[in-house]
Design a protein around this ligand. Structure first.
Ligand code: ZN
Length: 241
């Protein structure tokens, strides 16, 4: 009860009544928080920029008996350039939607929160391929959520996978499997050697430092993988593939 001050990013917003918006916020300590931004659509409202998608700031929230409300916000970044680049906007929106489907109230999500803020900065300001940044976001999200894919040994027979050997990805088991273990009864998705090296490298050194080509980022595979793990389907993911 009372006021809490927390950093947050707006994952979703919905118009509410005449001048209000219902916000879905991701916070580091309290996971998802649904909060009403009262009067934010009135011209000149101090909450105007705090109630936009992607808004990242220091929020003061009032937690009463019912739903939380936004008292004030010190904006840190609106990621404004995303609005001027439709392609980057699509990828950044998908990241918000992924966390919107994933975050639950009351669960500490500090690492995922930092991953989101860093990924939004990468896609907004850095000369990186937004498709590869999104793939890296999904891979790190999976790893932080306890689904780090196994990329060195076959998930079915346990044999070590040698460099250059044909491999497949088993979504259910969460990692690579060798050709001997794939059959029509137990299929798996084909994955290239370059894609395997990209995933290993991003897990090891992160996206800024990898020297693997951005084209090797297996985005469709990682969308399928994370959505299967989270048991969700985000329609916008299809359009990114
Ligand atoms: Zn095997």
């Amino acid at each position: 009860m009372g006021n809490i001050t927390t950093q947050a990013v707006v994952l979703r917003r919905a118009e509410y009544r005449e001048n209000d918006r219902m916000l879905t916020l991701l916070t580091p300590e309290w996971g998802r928080v649904d909060a009403l931004a009262r009067g934010c659509r009135r011209p000149g409202s101090p909450l105007l920029s705090a109630a936009e998608l992607f808004a990242y700031g220091e929020y003061v929230l009032y937690q009463g008996k019912g739903r939380a409300g936004v008292v004030s916000c010190q904006l840190i970044d609106s990621f404004y350039p995303l609005r001027e680049d439709y392609d980057r906007l699509r990828y950044a929106s998908y990241m918000l939607q992924t966390l919107g489907a994933q975050a639950v109230p009351g669960e500490r999500t500090k690492e995922l929160f930092l991953l989101l803020v860093r990924s939004l900065k990468r896609v907004c300001y850095l000369p990186l391929d937004p498709r590869a940044v999104t793939a890296a976001f999904l891979l790190m999200d999976a790893a932080l959520s306890g689904y780090r894919p196994r990329l060195h040994h076959c998930v079915r027979c346990g044999k070590r996978l040698e460099e250059g050997q044909p491999v497949f990805f088993d979504i259910e088991e969460g990692g690579l499997c060798c050709r001997d273990c794939v059959s029509s009864e137990r299929p798996a998705l084909p994955v290239t050697n370059g894609e395997v090296l990209w995933m290993r490298d991003v897990l090891r050194v992160c996206i800024e430092k990898t020297e693997r080509p951005a084209e090797d980022a297996p985005l469709p595979l990682l969308i399928k993988y994370l959505e299967a793990r989270l048991d969700t389907r985000l329609p916008s993911g299809r359009s990114l593939q």
